[in-house]
Design a protein around this ligand. Structure first.
Ligand code: TXA
Ligand code: MG
Length: 332
């Protein structure tokens, strides 16, 4: 079992080489990406990848994303690669786009959950890229959280969930995007988004010159892509601006925390005299909101409130990934 590790917190000049060494020894190390922290293990070392599942408590049939140093590694992991994959890699890698392709024959079932496809991306975080460049291999890495909990976007949040269960956490500061990568299926007949993320449908439509399929909510095509993910421990509920404004006076006496973004709701919170711990101001811009979402839910989870009420964000394309995660984090 992957218990009773000291779980080193790596930072400073030696951090990358220490992480590389542990990964070469077949250990799991949490690494920062531009989306969320990932729990990495050498994808060519099946027993090492096994440790990811043990540390997270993740069911064994849930496939993992393999992170590669650059596009030249694509053929090492995938087969029958379409030209569109190279075009997208050229435009979006390193970056928060994961491509689903047919897997190369040698790839171990532990990585793909026994599927004949593989999810691949080149992450954009400089520390993760340094680790990959030194290893010159692929790293399997799901988000560095215990199964079903929130994806971590700061090193502290990783430690909180996985301390004692993994060899080390490499601290790379807060993640730039704060939401998991967009997953694009290039194996299906028409390119199809399996998970909304920082790269939007509109960007992919333009890049591919076609109408990319976008399910209303990301579909459960494989085990692991389930609705009950991305949840804080405190029950969260999505509420419209109108409803929140109408209920604000009543909420004042309750043990709740409100995540507000609109001027209207924020003005009402102030006018009603909600205490500082009863509400949080969220950014009004989608990219910034996304960056703050998980870390805010994580922090509010420590407050011991009975409920988190989240003001329903705008519904436009650039807010899609946020609305997708919120619809999972909260009931409505
Ligand atoms: O931004 C991200 O993608 C982060 C960072 C660490 O790179 N990773 C991440 O991994 O979110 P994870 O395991 O938490 O989510 C990966 C998703 C899962 O829902 C999994 O089912 C899906 O990708 N996936 C992986 N391989 C797949 C495959 N062969 N077919 C379909 N879905 C796959
Ligand atoms: Mg995850």
């Amino acid at each position: 079992m992957s218990q009773n590790y000291e779980t080193l917190l790596l930072n400073g000049d030696e951090a990358v080489s220490q992480a590389v060494q542990l990964l070469q020894q077949g250990e799991c190390v949490a690494l920062p990406t531009e989306t969320v922290y990932g729990l990495a293990a050498n994808a060519a070392n099946a027993p090492a990848v096994d440790k990811i599942f043990a540390a997270k408590g993740r069911p064994k049939n849930h496939p993992l994303i393999v992170h590669i140093p650059d596009v030249s590694h694509l053929e090492k992991w995938a087969a029958d690669i379409p030209a569109t994959a190279y075009a997208l890699a050229e435009q979006f890698w390193p970056g928060p786009l994961t491509l689903l392709l047919k897997k190369a024959p040698h790839v171990d079932d532990v990585v793909t959950g026994g599927l004949d496809t593989i999810a691949l991306r080149v992450p954009a975080h400089p520390l993760f890229l340094s680790v990959l460049a030194q290893l010159d291999s692929g790293l399997a890495a799901p988000s560095a959280n215990r199964y079903k909990q929130l994806s971590p976007t700061i090193a502290e949040q990783v430690s909180k969930g996985l301390k004692g269960r993994i060899a080390a956490v490499l601290d790379g500061g807060p993640c730039a995007h704060g939401l998991e990568s967009t997953i694009l299926d290039l194996v299906s007949e028409r390119p199809r988004i399996l998970r909304a993320g920082p790269i939007t449908k509109q960007q992919l439509d333009v890049a591919l010159g076609c109408d990319v399929e976008m399910p209303k909510q990301h579909v459960e095509v494989v085990p692991g892509n389930v609705k009950a993910h991305y949840q804080p421990i405190t029950p969260a509920r999505l509420v419209t601006t109108e409803q929140l404004v109408a209920d604000m006076a009543e909420l004042q006496g309750q043990n709740v925390c409100l995540l507000l973004w609109s001027e209207q709701a924020i003005a009402q919170a102030k006018a009603t005299g909600l205490t500082a711990s009863q509400w949080r101001e969220m950014p009004r811009e989608a990219a910034l909101y996304g960056q703050q979402l998980y870390v805010t839910l994580y922090q509010v989870d420590q407050l011991d409130v009975a409920n988190i009420l989240v003001e329903l964000p705008p519904q436009s394309d650039d807010w899609r990934a946020i609305n997708d995660r919120l619809s999972r984090a909260a009931s409505y």
